[in-house]
Design a binder for this molecule. Structure first.
Ligand SMILES: Cc1cc2nc3c(=O)[nH]c(=O)nc-3n(C[C@H](O)[C@H](O)[C@H](O)COP(=O)(O)OP(=O)(O)OC[C@H]3O[C@@H](n4cnc5c(N)ncnc54)[C@H](O)[C@@H]3O)c2cc1C
Length: 453
């Protein structure tokens, strides 16, 4: 069987590895536009902060490692067309085009950083985007020379860039049209704390402003970011305003939905026979409620990759429902979120319940006042758990995985309120903080932090 894979990041990598395990006769042809395969953007912040030693360490595989596995890898080669009737793709390398046939095709072109229509965005030096190896390299080279940076976009990618800049001593501002940082990621109870904490670390957030223009000096270097409300000096500007599926070449070839997202079923099959897709160009089935959502995460891409490959070799696999669970750190706080957010309440016609709780993690006698900030989102009628958020100065992020399991298992507040969690004073209390969270959502107080003296 001849398998053709387009793109080699999380989804493409997983498909290749699964095909190799599942089909010993597999002939695998892989096409990647970049000059090195399987680059992992999730490692960019660690590279900017000198944790990861080199860009070469941020890859799942290399051309040589793929060749050793018997995979025919073609780098610097962009797939530019698809003919589903004749089962061929057209690839372009060094200006030359060639048709390549497939028995089964997997599309994982992923996404590109959105370039907003801002005057001057293409006209000046030192304007960056945070995605892919080339941009990672350019940002890193710029950092020792940067003194004042503006990051446009306060989502998790903008936050990662801004934190790396601030830690490197660069005076950094984040500007976002939303009023809060991480506004699609965490509810205000959490972002209020994060914004305060960021300020203490010299990272300023400017919310509710829309960037309109970038200007620069006679050398062509960027100098100013102009919003609808003000002007900000910057010698370095980084845009992180979202991700757009890199699928323009697939228009009219297979079904695409809003913003060019490839339409797939839950077996990762596109509208064309023998053509599968996954990764940031597609949607995932959302566990808390019956709908598909666009949630661009490596976790989803890897699961989709396995699902697609199993179907490509003739087995039957269904993409597991996911809750978009993710975690992050910003200066002194570590946090995670999963499922539906409290800010989505308007879409639920009064049926979305939410409870925010702050609790001491350990018993008082441990002389440690560290608290956890938590929120649980639930269906007011059935009490089914739909989402959650956790945050602390210590690492409580694994608790978000527990909430993710609770969502997938269809747990109710009543079940989580008494769920068996271990107790040992170094770690927690006889009622774990997740028990307490669910109890408080139910109006109960028996697990809360009370000592009689
Ligand atoms: C800064 C940053 C940090 C992140 N951190 C995390 C994290 O901590 N956890 C997490 O779960 N997710 C994280 N993500 C998201 C994660 O990186 C993406 O969800 C994941 O990379 C998507 O994988 P993908 O397979 O869809 O392809 P992409 O990573 O989008 O890569 C697509 C690949 O296809 C190639 N390609 C595109 N078009 C063509 C074509 N026509 N022909 C040939 N090749 C093509 C590209 O060159 C690229 O190599 C992060 C993303 C960024 C940008």
């Amino acid at each position: 069987m001849k398998y053709v894979v387009v793109g080699t990041s999380h989804a493409g990598y997983e498909v290749i590895e699964t095909l190799l395990k599942e089909d010993s006769e597999a002939q695998i042809e892989v096409f990647e536009s970049g000059d090195k395969p399987s680059f992992l953007s999730c490692g960019i912040q660690s590279y900017l902060e000198n944790v990861s030693p080199s860009l070469d360490s941020l890859h799942y595989a290399t051309t040589t490692s793929y060749e050793k596995q018997g995979v025919n890898i073609h780098v610097n080669t962009t797939v530019v067309d698809l003919d589903t009737d004749n089962k061929t793709i057209t690839v372009e390398h060094d200006g030359t085009k060639e048709d390549v046939s497939y028995d089964k095709l997997f599309l994982s072109p992923g996404g590109s950083a959105v370039k907003p229509p801002i005057t001057g965005i293409d006209d000046y030096n030192n304007v960056f985007f945070m995605r892919g190896r080339e941009w990672a390299d350019k940002i890193k080279q710029r950092m020792p020379h940067a003194k004042k940076a503006v990051v446009v976009g306060g989502g998790y990618i903008g936050i990662e860039a801004a934190e790396a800049f601030a830690k490197a001593g660069i005076e950094t501002k984040i500007i976002d049209v939303a009023e809060r940082i991480l506004s699609t990621y965490l509810d205000p109870e959490f972002t209020n704390i994060l914004e305060q904490n960021s300020k203490q670390h010299q990272l300023e957030f400017i919310g509710g402003e829309s960037v309109k223009e970038i200007t620069g000096n006679d050398n062509g270097d960027v100098t100013t970011v102009i919003t609808d409300k003000g002007e900000y000096q910057a010698d370095t500007v980084l845009f992180a305003v979202g991700v757009a599926p890199a699928t323009s070449w697939l228009k009219d070839k297979i079904d695409l939905g809003t913003k060019g997202i490839i339409t797939i079923d839950h077996h990762q099959q596109t509208s064309a026979p023998d053509v599968y897709a996954g990764g940031d160009a597609t949607m995932v089935p959302f566990a808390p409620i019956e709908e598909d959502r666009y949630i661009a995460l490596a976790t989803n891409s890897r699961r989709q990759g396995v699902t697609a490959a199993l179907n490509m070799v003739g087995k039957s696999a269904t993409m597991p429902r996911v809750s978009g669970t993710s975690g992050l750190q910003l200066f002194d706080y570590k946090f995670g979120q999963t499922g539906v957010h409290g800010t989505e309440a308007d879409n639920y016609d009064g049926h979305l319940g939410q409870q925010y709780v702050e609790e001491r993690i350990r018993p008082k006698f441990m002389q440690d006042d560290t608290t956890v900030h938590m929120k649980i989102i639930f269906d007011k009628d059935s009490h089914r758990i739909l989402g959650g958020q956790v945050m602390s100065t210590e690492d409580v992020t694994q608790a978000i995985n527990t909430l993710s399991v609770a969502i997938s298992a269809g747990f109710t507040l009543e079940q989580l309120a008494v769920q068996d969690f271990f107790f040992q004073p170094d770690y927690d209390r006889p009622w774990h903080y997740l028990n307490v969270l669910a109890q408080q959502a139910l109006g109960q107080s028996y697990g809360s932090d009370q000592m009689l003296f």
